[in-house]
Design a protein around this ligand. Sequence first.
Ligand code: PMP
Length: 426
Amino acid sequence: AVNHKWNFGAGPAMIPRPVLERAQAEFLDYQGTGLSIMELSHRSAPYEQLNNRAQDQLRTLLSIPANYKILFMQGGGHTQFAAVVYNLLAWRHRQNKAEKGEAGQGDWRAIPVDYVVSGSWSAKAVEEAQRLGANVRVVCDAKKALGGFKGIPAESTWVRSTDPTLDSKPAYLYYCDNETVNGVEFPFVPSLQGKDIPLVCDMSSNILSRKVDVSKFGVIYAGAQKNIGPAGVSVVIVREDLLETSESKNGLVPVPLMLDYKTMAKNNSLYNTPPMFGIYISSLVFDWLLNVEAQRIQDGQQAVANDQTVGVEAAEARNKRKAEKLYTALEESRFFHIVVSDKAARSKMNVTFTISATPKGSDAAVDKEADKAMEKAFLSQAEERGLLQLPGHRSVGGIRASIYNAMTEEGVDVLIAFLKEFEQQY
Ligand code: PMP
């Protein structure tokens, strides 16, 4: 009988145990107010402090420069698929007008927006932009280039407009840093052709997992439910000069108010009632990341005695160790197959693999029924051992172990031990 559960879910995902315990302890009485955080006014001093503190913590963790705003928004990643289109088309439309006067004031829907498609989520972002009528140019489609979402094609193969004329200058270049479903993670930051093409990045499933040079980006966004906190909060990090958007009164680009970065920034994410509980838990996660002692406890006996680093740097080192040992175990196994063939692009957050009853190197024909049965046995035995939420995304099947910041090295070791034990049965 196992009483410990290891949560390998892709999102909503595991939250660090010390965070859950602290939330439980503070649940009925938030900082001596006698009320829970959910019952306080979002205009109250304790909430305002929390709102500011959460932003400060995130700014520290990611070394976010002073000319970037941090916004807490709602509606998850999908809402940001639309928000980036509206906000940055509004910005570019305004830029064009400023540079070219009336001649630059054409139809905003004609302005190109460039996308890299490296997995299901960037493909969905393209769909949404098209639905809104944007002029989408796919500069790279990894599925076409590689016969599947199995890696990141070299930037030199992307088709990017080199035409410097105003009309072809895209409002932004969009990509998804870590494709949660496919397990593909960018090993580089795309370079920019032309200084004023903002880079827009969906970091929903790898934010805070590794260091990032925020100054390279126009917009970074992330739904919280993987590496930050509970579903319902999205973090948006946006360069201030891109906020010059609100032309909606003139009927130009009609940015819906709740999607308008400028409105959110002007109101310190308190334009309407924010998802306070989610922001509170996120702030506890930020605290946990900033606190080396809490991380030691989380890592148990495996804490690296000499490792004094805190925050994202420490998380990155741990994530690297976790991913390396899991991929190595899969590679060394007889029955497990890693989905992502491009080694440099294997995600350190979502490890996707399949199982085949025909051992590697065997001449025997593939038996799909046997593969299926073995996968089923694997998943049900895993669950019996408390290794939870391992089935792959419903669109692709297979197995996916999500090992975000909160997953301990011990948890990964338990999974690896189970992989080996499972193989011995055959
Ligand atoms: N982008 C990425 C990378 C994701 O992993 C997800 C959700 N799994 C989304 C966007 C969509 O997020 P949501 O469900 O919050 O709309």
